[in-house]
Design a protein around this ligand. Structure first.
Ligand code: E4P
Length: 236
């Protein structure tokens, strides 16, 4: 499963990318507005930090202008993926852009029927918004299960399921169990995934016991330190 991060906050992206766990980034017009920066400048910065796919969304609503905007956006960097909304015009743009060799992420997907259309339009990714479904009392994860099942039945569907509008760790874990290809995670949720109280407690106890030994891995006796100069031995 690949992890994208769902933000346009360049500092957050830089910090999380340093973990080596970030495979890509998704942005949307609201996230760009929240960043307070110039769209193209923000995209340039993100693409310089993360070599994987970076989704940038068009803001036009008609096919011709969407394609024109997409062409400008793809000039920013090679790893730009164009996000289009799941509308008839968006899907027409998806087909046109895909045929030109541009990768497209069809966003604002809320039903299996829409996901089928996105696959037929040649989308590289479809983004079902699970948190927003949960918000209205529907079951976002059930939609992921449905789409994964449908896509799995048709090997000619090459569209990947990009789980979006993620609100918590359970969303990530359950989507992973279902075999979703990618999940785009808000920074706070990704940070929360590292945490477990037993990890903190266990580490605290190990360090306390280690301190009692008075030893240091880096301050070794001279004979052991000399071994550092030798190449590491391979394990069997
Ligand atoms: C996906 O690409 C969107 O940016 C995002 O996941 C929207 O999520 P939200 O419901 O938290 O705004």
């Amino acid at each position: 499963m690949r992890f994208f991060i769902d933000t346009a906050d360049v500092d957050e992206i830089r910090d999380l990318a340093a973990t080596g766990l970030v495979d890509g980034v998704t942005t949307n017009p609201s996230l760009i507005a929240k960043s307070g920066g110039d769209f193209f400048e923000v995209l340039r910065e993100i693409c310089a930090i993360v070599p994987g796919p970076v989704s940038a969304e068009v803001t036009a609503t008609d096919t011709a202008t969407m394609i024109e905007e997409a062409r400008r956006l793809t000039r920013v960097a090679e790893n730009i993926v164009i996000k289009v909304p799941l509308t008839p015009d968006g899907l027409k743009a998806c087909r046109g852009l895909t045929d030109e060799g541009t990768k497209v992420n069809v966003t604002l997907c809320f039903s299996a029927a829409q996901a089928i259309l996105a696959a037929k339009a040649g989308a590289r990714y479809v983004s079902p918004f699970i948190g927003r479904l949960d918000d209205i009392g529907a079951d976002g994860l059930a939609l992921i299960a449905e789409i994964v099942e449908i896509y799995g039945a048709y090997p000619d569907f090459t569209t990947e399921v990009l789980v979006a509008s993620v609100r918590n760790m359970t969303h990530v874990v359950e989507a992973a169990k279902m075999g979703a290809h990618v999940v785009t995670i808000p920074p706070a949720v990704l940070r929360a995934m590292f945490k477990h109280p037993l990890t903190d407690r266990g580490l605290e106890a190990f360090l306390a016991d280690w301190a009692k030994t008075g030893q240091s891995i880096l301050k070794q006796p001279a004979d052991t330190a000399a071994d550092d100069a030798k190449p590491a031995r391979r394990s069997a």
